[in-house]
Design a protein around this ligand. Sequence first.
Ligand code: DGT
Ligand code: CA
Ligand code: CA
Ligand code: ZN
Length: 589
Amino acid sequence: MHSTIQKDEIVRLLEEIGTLMRLAGENDFRAMAFDRAARTIESLEGDISQNIEKRTLTDLKGIGKSIADDIYTYADTGSVPVLDKLKERVPDGVITWLGISGMGPKKIYKIHKELGITEISELKEKCIDGSVAALSGMGQKSAEKILKSIAWMEQFSERCRIDEADAIAQLFLTSMQDADGVQQISVAGSLRRANETIGDIDLLIAADDQFTGSLMKRFVELETVVEILGQGETKSSVRTQEGRQVDLRIVAPKHYPAAMMYFTGSKEHNVEMRRRARSRNYQLNEYGLYHQNDEQQADFDRPLDAGDEAAIYKHLGLGYIPPELREDHGEFDLAADGKTPELVELSDLRGILHAHSTWSDGKKSIREMAQSCIDRGYEYLSITDHSRTAAYVGGLSIERVYEQWKEIDRINDEFAKNGTPFLILKGIESDILSDGNLDYPDDVLKGFDLVIGSVHFGLDYSPEKMLERLKNAAANPHIHMIGHPTGRLLLNRNGNKVDLHQLIPFAAEHKTAIEINANPRRLDLDWRYGKIARDSGLLSAICPDAHTIEGIEHVRFGIGTARKAGFTARQILNTRSIDDLIKWLRQKS
Ligand code: DGT
Ligand code: CA
Ligand code: CA
Ligand code: ZN
C-alpha cells in the first residue's frame, strides 16, 4: 500500500496519536514528538511514499526512529499498535470532550482523572456543583466557560435526539395547521421515518398558490425562530431557539402525495423507487408519477392517478411501505407482491414492562406509576427497580426486595377488591456481572415475575468478552429479557462492542427476549438488527425504562424503532394479554 499513502493521512495519524497520548495522561514530551513529526511531514516537499519505501524517514529533521517505525508499520499494515492501545485506554466519552471549544487534551485529562468522570453530561454536573472550579488551576470562571461551550456545542451539534426534534416539530405543526390555505400539513424527512437522531426537521404543506406568500411569512415570523436561513416562494429554512434547522416546503395539493414521498426519503429509498418506476416506463419525481415520453422523460400531461402515497406504491407493484421502513434496508422485499407485514402500533401495547419507582432511582411511587399506567389504558406494569450492585442508583438489597414485594401485593389486593382490572408485576432490572451472572441468589431471583438483565458497568470489554458475558446472561434461566443491549447513549456515548449478529440468534434460541429500550437517549436495540431478529424469532418488548410519569410516554419512540425493525405485534411481549404474558414468563424460568 506504499504508493497510495498520502501525506495528510500520516499527518492526521500522528496528530491523533499525540492527542490521545495527552488524553491518556502520558508524558507530554512523547506527545510533543508526534506533533513535531506531524509538522515535519506537513511541510515536506513532494511525495512521502518515497521516504517510506526507501525507509529514509529518519533523515528528516524531527522524525526519530520509533516514530519512523510506526509510520512504516502503518504503511504496511494499515494500523499502528501504539494507536490501537491508546484507543483502548481512552474512553469514548472523553474523546467527545475535544469538541468543547477551549478544552485542550491536557485540561481534559486533568478533569477526567481528578473527578473520575468520562461523559459530557457528568462534566456538566461537575461544573454546576462546583467540583471543577475547586480543581487547582481552574476556578469558577473556567467552569462557567466550559458550561457555555458545552451549551454551544450541544445547540449547534449537527444532529439531535428524536424527542427534541419531535417537540419542535409539534410546535410548528400546531402553529401552522390553522393558517389560511393549509389543506394538509405533515412532518417529512428523517423525523417521519423515526430515525434515532435527526439532522434537520422537514415540514410539508399542501396549499394553493395564492397562500404561499402569507404562509411563508407566518413560518419565518414564528416566535421560536431566531434566524432565517433562507426564504423563498415554496421553500424556507429557519433556525429555532434550540439551534435546530426547520425546512418548510409548500406544494400544490395535487403534488402533495408525491412530494410527501420525495421529502420523506430516505434518499436511498427514493433512488430505488425511481428505478422501479422507470422499469415500468414511468417517471417518478417530487410532483407525481408520470408516463414516460419518447425522450424517456416525465410526460407531465399524462400523470398516473395517485391520490396518496399508497397509490404510488401500488402502481409500482408494491404494498404500502410505512415511512419508518423507507431506508432501502430490505423494505422492498417485505412489500413485494403488494404485501407488507402489519407493523406494531402504539395501540397494540397493553402494558409496561420496564419502569422504576422511588424504591430505586425513579421519581414516583409504585402506586403513582401504576395509576398513570391505568390512566393511559394499560392493563399491567412491571416495576423493575435496580438490583443491589447498582447501589449508586438505590439498588435494592434482598430485604428491600422482600419489602417491595409486600407493597406490590398490598396494592394489587386493593385493585382486586375495588375491581380495578390492573396488575403490578414484581420485576427487577438486575445487573449483569462481569461473568454474566446476576447479583441475587437463585431463590430470590425465582420470586420475581420478570427479570431484566442489564449491563451497567464494564461497557468497555473486548467484543469477545462482551459476547461471552451477554451469552451467559441470555442462557441464564432466570433472565427473561436483556435490557438496553449495547448501553449506547445517542450522540453521547458509543455502546459496548457486543456482536448482536451473534447474540440475537443465541438469545432467540434460549427464548430470552431483548428489549427495545424506548428512552430516546438510547433506542437500543437498534432497528438495523430487525431482519436478523425476525429471522431468528427473537422476542422483544417496547420498554420506556420510565423513571417519571412522562417517561412512560417514551414508548412511542420505541414503537418507531420497532416499526423500523419490521416488527409486528406478535414479536412484542407487551402486546400480549396479562394471562398470555404470565404464561410466557412462567414457562421461561
Ligand atoms: P436528516 O435531516 O439528516 O436527519 O435526514 P433527512 O432524510 O431528513 O434528509 P434531508 O433533510 O436532507 O432531506 C429530506 C428528504 O428529502 C430526504 O430524505 C430525501 C429528500 N432529498 C433531499 N435531498 C435529496 C436529493 O438530493 N436527492 C434525493 N433523491 N432526495 C433528496
Ligand atoms: Ca431532515
Ligand atoms: Ca431538510
Ligand atoms: Zn432501567
